[in-house]
Design a protein around this ligand. Structure first.
Ligand SMILES: Cc1ncc(COP(=O)(O)O)c(C=O)c1O
Length: 427
């Protein structure tokens, strides 16, 4: 039985918090293996790309089911490498979802290519696969699919379309470690993929990332910009000659040691996350005016981010949805619910795209190889509705948190949603 909390004084008005201070434990859990491996690296002789980096590549490739992996200093670096692996060059268009993390699209401009946005599907929050084809032009070279919040995109449909139009497929798996579509892990469907290991990610090494592929020629191309364009592995002898346009995207040994230690527990972290998400969904199923995230048939979510949306039309707040959402979020936070608004803007609405000025003088859009593109936001109604109505959470569902943290979080959400009348007085 779920308690009805109508009439209870909200914490934002001085009532008792639903989630007691200190109940939600921080992410990620640190144990003796983390300490041992990081300290051993510290005592070692190589602090740049070292033995832990080599091992991290092998172990991550084995965990995910890829032939090759290259460890990087960020997920964004791995995405940029993916563009190069796919032969994307000046003026080429790359299809990207209108709602995602900024660098799913800015990585495209980093290689002088042009992002072309496609609206999301409101239900899954991922790219609307059926709308991709209309965005394909003779200039299109690749599609970046983002498995947002840890829910895989329906990859069979994307691959079929990519094959018909001779396009490469890059998977942005930065939020989606271990997520599956039709029993197959993300990062094994497309031509190549990028993972992130930053603070919030399901595999955290502080900062860092991984480029993965099964294709040797893609590995070589990606590596060509990874280490100053020197086209060699760090274990090979240097000839200090730059063969290609290069960046410095290598990882370092301390970070890789931390990542390796965390990787030994990744499967158990993901199991806990899935159990917590299942329980949260069960606890919130009958809360009014709440749109819960779904796990469609054939998908295995990793629940990186449990995203709630509010039915603003039913609540009578269709016209002032973002302001009312912000009030709800402030009330939730006052209850101790660890939620926040991750990204309130769709990408095409962001200044860099509206101004079309990446490198100055209109580049890369003013490049003679580029075709004009339209970033007017009216083309993306589902992304807009999502931006105005969502809030999300990560830590309460992460290990070592369990049923107690989840039930308290659910109680806080229920309390606010059943007492929305009390929000009218909130500024
Ligand atoms: C979907 C997505 N793509 C790319 C990135 C970039 O990863 P990083 O912060 O490691 O560069 C992130 C995370 O920040 C992300 O969530």
């Amino acid at each position: 039985m779920t308690a009805v909390l109508t009439g209870e004084k909200l914490a934002i008005h001085g009532g008792k918090k639903a989630v007691p201070d200190g109940l939600i434990r921080k992410w990620p859990p640190i144990d003796d293996l983390d300490r041992k491996m990081v300290l051993a690296s510290l005592e070692g002789a190589t602090h740049s790309f070292g033995p832990n980096c080599e091992k991290f590549q092998e172990e991550f490739a084995a965990w995910n089911g890829n032939r090759y992996a290259v460890t990087t200093n960020s997920g964004t670096a791995a995405l940029h490498m993916a563009l190069v692996a796919c032969d994307c060059g000046a003026g080429d268009e790359v299809i990207v979802p209108a709602y995602t993390w900024s660098s799913s699209a800015t990585c495209v401009m980093q290689h002088n290519c042009i992002p072309v946005f496609v609206d999301i599907d409101f239900d899954t929050m991922n790219i609307a696969v059926e709308k991709i084809e209309a965005a394909v032009t003779p200039k299109t070279r690749a599609i970046i699919v983002v498995h947002l919040h840890g829910l895989a995109v329906a990859m069979d449909k994307v691959l079929e379309l990519a094959k018909r139009h001779n396009l490469k497929v890059i998977e942005d798996c930065c939020q989606a470690h271990g997520a599956k579509y039709r029993d197959r892990k993300v990062g094994t469907w497309g031509d190549c993929a990028a993972f992130s290991f930053n603070q919030n990610k399901c595999l955290c090494s502080g900062e860092g990332g991984m480029f993965v592929t099964d294709r040797e020629e893609m590995l070589q191309k990606a590596r060509s910009l990874w280490s100053f364009g020197e086209t060699r592995t760090p274990s090979e002898k240097r000839d200090y000659h730059v063969y290609a346009m290069g960046w410095m995207y290598r990882n370092n040994d301390l970070t890789a040691a931390f990542g390796r230690a965390q990787l030994t527990r990744l499967d158990s972290y993901l199991r806990i996350q899935r159990e917590n998400a299942r329980l949260l969904t069960e606890c919130l199923a009958d809360v009014p005016d709440l749109i819960l995230p779904r796990e469609p048939e054939g998908h295995e979510h990793n629940w990186y981010n449990y995203t709630l949306r509010f039915a603003m039309d039913r609540l009578g707040h269709a016209q002032d949805a973002p302001a009312f959402r912000d009030k709800i979020v402030r009330a939730l936070q006052a209850e101790g619910v660890q939620t926040g608004v991750w990204q309130a803007f769709m990408l095409p609405a962001m200044t860099v795209f509206q101004a079309k000025n990446g490198y100055g003088q209109g580049c890369p859009w003013s490049c003679p190889h580029a075709r004009p593109v339209d970033y007017s936001v009216e083309q993306f109604p589902a992304a807009q509705r999502h931006c105005e109505t969502h809030t999300g959470m990560t830590t309460p569902l992460r290990a070592p948190n369990g049923p107690e943290a989840v039930r308290a979080t659910a109680a806080g959400i229920r309390k606010v949603l059943e007492n929305l009348d009390q929000l009218e007085a909130v500024k």
